[in-house]
Ligand binder design. Structure first.
Ligand SMILES: *Cc1c(COP(=O)(O)O)cnc(C)c1O
Length: 368
């Protein structure tokens, strides 16, 4: 081939793409998926919905995804008791795409976004891709957000976006609602939107504790959610957001790609949402399992962050990679992420969790 120098953007040189291993091991506990596959009934319903949507596959899909947004509205009312019209609901391919649309619409050159690390590893990528400056205020040693420092940063640095993952990934803890309200109010008077990333909301311990309950009270809130975690629909790629005002949704529509959500995705998601009763049972099993993992890890003398999610963050290990590798050798894949000396494990099926706990005891014993 003749010579060619790829005109890659200067700021992308040397970066590696986001990704965690996708290996066929005995227990895949590294990306916080729901470990239970869809039921036969749901799979049959999905096949039927996809088949029927295929009748019109020669046509572009509904750009506005009206039926899906109606289903999301009904689901949110069931899950939180809050009624939100579809003019304040928006959906895309995963909450990752929602977040990238938020950055395109409200970030950009000469603007900034405030985050609270350790937190979701995609935030730096959204900001890089949209030329938004990334600002951060570190969490305290218990992985909590110090409200006063957060407000001070908002006043002094004037970000247009404030990103709060709650429950936070990778630490698992949720922010208290009154703290969240203080930050939202502080952001409001400083012209900032607060994006609350509630990817794990369905696993929260205090059912009242969701930012969805604040979106009617404040004009500057976006809550993002997803079908990827509790819903067991990670492969379907559907995320959504709920917003204080319809103006926010209209702004997101300016930057979305045309026909971004395929007709097949929309049809499948509507069907999955109609089967949320299946999910409720799974979520309660996963919650119980999570609390068991937390107490077993405590019993091993480990530090464990309180978890409102479907994963547990634990430590501390002088050499966390050795522990990770030891587990991996036993067919248990967890995640080496977040602050050094800590590890994250997703809640799996009861059998997978037992395998994880037994293997961990073994690996710790061997390392002494
Ligand atoms: C998993 C996760 C998401 C979900 O991403 P999708 O694109 O909806 O699959 C969003 N935010 C956080 C913090 C996550 O951990």
């Amino acid at each position: 081939m003749t010579e060619f120098e790829l005109p890659i953007r200067q700021d992308l040189i040397g970066h590696t793409p986001y990704g965690a291993p996708q290996q066929a091991v005995r227990a895949r506990l590294n990306v916080n998926e729901n470990p239970f596959p869809p039921s036969i009934e749901l799979r049959e319903a999905l096949a039927e919905a996809v088949s029927s949507a295929s009748e019109n596959l020669n046509r572009y899909p509904d750009r506005e995804a009206v039926q899906l947004r109606n289903s999301l509205s009904a689901y949110i009312e069931r899950e939180t008791g809050v009624s939100i019209g579809i003019d304040r609901i928006w959906s895309a391919n995963g909450s990752n795409e929602i977040m990238s649309q938020i950055f395109s619409a409200f970030g950009g050159p000469s603007r900034s976004a405030l985050t609270f690390p350790p937190t979701y590893s995609m935030y730096p990528e959204y900001s890089r891709n949209s030329f938004t400056q990334l600002l951060s205020v570190d969490r305290d040693i218990n992985f909590g957000i110090d409200v006063e420092s957060a407000c001070q940063a908002i006043v002094e640095l004037r970000p247009t976006l404030v990103l709060i993952a709650s429950p936070n990934n990778p630490t698992g803890n949720a922010i208290a609602i009154h703290d969240l309200e203080t930050i939202i109010e502080c952001a409001r008077v400083n012209q900032a939107l607060v994006v609350v990333d509630e990817a794990y909301a369905e696993f929260r311990r205090d059912i009242e504790s969701t930012a969805v309950r604040l979106i009617d009270k404040y004009p500057n809130v976006i809550v993002t959610r997803t079908l990827s975690k509790a819903f067991g629909f990670a492969g379907g790629r559907v995320g959504y957001c709920l917003t204080s005002t319809s103006e926010i949704v209209q702004t997101l529509m300016l930057v979305r790609l045309p026909y971004h959500l395929s007709a097949l995705t929309q049809a499948a998601a509507v069907t999955a949402l109609a089967h949320d009763f299946e999910l409720r049972e799974q979520v309660s099993i996963l919650r119980e399992q999570r609390d068991r993992i937390v107490s077993e890890l405590h019993a091993m003398g480990l530090d464990v962050a309180p978890s409102d999610a479907n994963f547990v963050f634990f430590g501390t290990f002088p050499d966390r990679h050795a522990i990770w590798q030891g587990l991996c050798d036993q067919g248990v894949l967890i995640r080496e992420t977040g602050p050094d000396h800590w590890l994250r494990v997703s809640v799996g099926t009861p059998e997978e969790n037992l395998l994880f706990l037994d293997s961990l005891r073994e690996v710790i014993r061997a390392s002494h």
